[in-house]
Design a protein around this ligand. Sequence first.
Ligand SMILES: NC(=O)c1ccc[n+]([C@@H]2O[C@H](COP(=O)([O-])OP(=O)(O)OC[C@H]3O[C@@H](n4cnc5c(N)ncnc54)[C@H](O)[C@@H]3O)[C@@H](O)[C@H]2O)c1
Length: 246
Amino acid sequence: MKLADKVAIITGAGQGLGRAYAQRLAKEGAKVVVAELNADKGQSVAAEVKGHFVRTDVADEASCNQLAAAALDKFGRIDILVNNAAIFSTLKMRPFWEIPLAEWDQLMGVNVRGVWLASKAVVPQMRKQASGRIVNISSGVVFMGRPNYLHYVASKGAVLTMTRAMAKELGEFGINVNAITPGPVYTEVPRATVTPQQREAMIGAQSIKRAAGTQDLEGTVVFLCSDDAAFITGQTINVDGGMNFH
Ligand SMILES: NC(=O)c1ccc[n+]([C@@H]2O[C@H](COP(=O)([O-])OP(=O)(O)OC[C@H]3O[C@@H](n4cnc5c(N)ncnc54)[C@H](O)[C@@H]3O)[C@@H](O)[C@H]2O)c1
């Protein structure tokens, strides 16, 4: 139980990796707040982890403020924020010159502004506590320059660089901010962002030649939220089976 009684908000925890983080953090003793746009999925994960569901749109400032208030009301403190929500599995792959403007803006609103707004909402409480952990989920695509979803790649680059600036701004308040860059991870959610041929090619490019599952990512989130990572901030941990070295 590395996170006994820590209060952890996980955004986008209704499915896929966020759901796995919720399950694992709960196993490590955390009280989990499932912050998810899809109410049915969010409620069902909250029931699985005996946590608390707050319907949240991370792109919306009032919704993020309401999330922080609800977490505080329910559990009395906020120790951990995992900025996991993103527009990802629903993305259609296409050359950047075919991406509609509205889709670009919507994605940036969730994947970039959402990380800022959710962090902005919890920081006052973390500052009061003089402690907190923020884990931002970026992506290995920032090292791969993966084609055909330029808005997504740009958004994850922003998440990585925001992590560094946030770490500098929050260090003196006892708040650590780190990023994880997962390589391709296969969850229960089907997606069009990886064709079967691309899946095989990417596994071939890894040093460890097997597909990653959610269990390969969870431990890094736990570590970054644990006391063992007390002196680590502004860093990026690349969890991709040794595909890219940077
Ligand atoms: N699966 C991978 O291969 C992979 C690789 C690298 C990085 N990532 C990143 O990991 C995270 C999770 O990936 P996943 O595969 O589980 O994605 P996913 O698309 O399956 O899940 C995303 C979740 O976020 C929620 N969400 C979307 N918009 C939201 C909003 N405005 N407010 C709140 N919640 C919202 C969705 O409803 C969904 O539950 C994402 O940040 C993704 O970019 C995933």
